[in-house]
Design a protein around this ligand. Sequence first.
Ligand SMILES: Cc1cc2nc3c(=O)[nH]c(=O)nc-3n(C[C@H](O)[C@H](O)[C@H](O)COP(=O)(O)OP(=O)(O)OC[C@H]3O[C@@H](n4cnc5c(N)ncnc54)[C@H](O)[C@@H]3O)c2cc1C
Length: 388
Amino acid sequence: MDFAYPAELDEFRRDFSAYLDGIVTPELIDEIVRSGFETRGPATVAFWRRLGIDGYFGLGWPAEYGGGGKSVLYLHAFNYVMAYRRLPVPVVTLNTVAPTLMWIGSEEQKREYLPKILRAEIEFSIGYTEPEAGTDLASLQTRAVRDGDWYIINGQKIFTTGAHQADYLWLAVRTDPEAPKHRGISILIVPLDAKGIEVRPLGIMHGGHTNITYYDNVRVPVSALVGEENRGWYYMTTQLDFERVAISPVPHLERLFDSLCAALRSEGASPPDEWTRVTLAQMAADINVLKVMDLKTASMVANGQVPVYEASLLKVLSNEARARMIAEALQIVGERALVRAGCAGGFTDVAGDTFERQLRESPITLFGGGSNDIQRDIMAGHGLGLAR
Ligand SMILES: Cc1cc2nc3c(=O)[nH]c(=O)nc-3n(C[C@H](O)[C@H](O)[C@H](O)COP(=O)(O)OP(=O)(O)OC[C@H]3O[C@@H](n4cnc5c(N)ncnc54)[C@H](O)[C@@H]3O)c2cc1C
């Protein structure tokens, strides 16, 4: 059994890192840090366009859509390197919208959106969650009623992240209120400048904001329907499989750990006390285990298997480890870790992100992408075969 990347992937990681060294400018880093690692600005868009033109965004896409046709392991390696360096990726557009469009989009939709996604010319925002439909997403109530060649949309979404700067919504709507709740949902592509859409900011703890979005008689043509009407739930859940394939939480842990070690090894640093030494050794052990689990999940997908229970296990363990490590990092670094970005004396990681901001951010992955409570439920049902 070999727990490492194949040699060609190691080579790809090295080449890609060297490529990034050549195109990541101080202006880009400054823009990313100033935006609190949240909002994209012009330097970020230019960076994305370059990655698109140079073939990195479409690494795993089939050649017919302008992609490189590489295995999912390359996608994993690409995302890993980007995440370790804390560089932004238009995650939902690349990992949610694009693969679903390739899978069930109409020819017209593929022609219209895929080349623009690849060139980072358009971005999507995901509109699933509603005030009364979060974990129980299938209860969503935003309605789309067919009127000739149009759908008329009315309702409200919450946590529509990026809607203030995206071009389109990937919107889950109820198209058949009579059907069982999982069978009456459809996905529509809705331009964010359509008449009747209102976007209001909703502040978030780690900086920036997500949005509440309102829909008042918003009209879209029936050609905006993705796949078949009332099959949306199936598309949404399958799309989550695409999402978890590519995104690994492990590089964030590695970056945190490397930053701590670098600080403790730096010139003039006092020798770490016993608790710090033991804590860091435990972190190193945890990260090594998580890396193996991460590669196992990625290689399952590369071999045509769907990691359901394994993906939930990795998500729970890695994100709880992340929250724990951030808290321990605070103990190790001391009060400097509580200084906000922009203030003197703060502690930043190797990518320029303050520990203070990461502390505020760390709870999000405990529920984002499916809350850990639900992941445990999946592990009990799918993994252990326990009846509900
Ligand atoms: C910053 C941020 C960005 C987001 N971005 C987006 C986005 O772009 N698009 C989008 O559509 N959504 C987005 N979300 C929404 C996110 O997916 C939801 O917050 C998540 O699905 C949980 O829903 P909820 O907040 O309504 O919590 P609730 O569903 O009310 O859950 C609250 C708690 O109860 C637990 N719980 C609920 N039901 C059960 C159960 N049956 N068994 C055990 N425990 C249970 C949950 O695990 C959770 O801990 C975002 C959220 C945040 C905070």
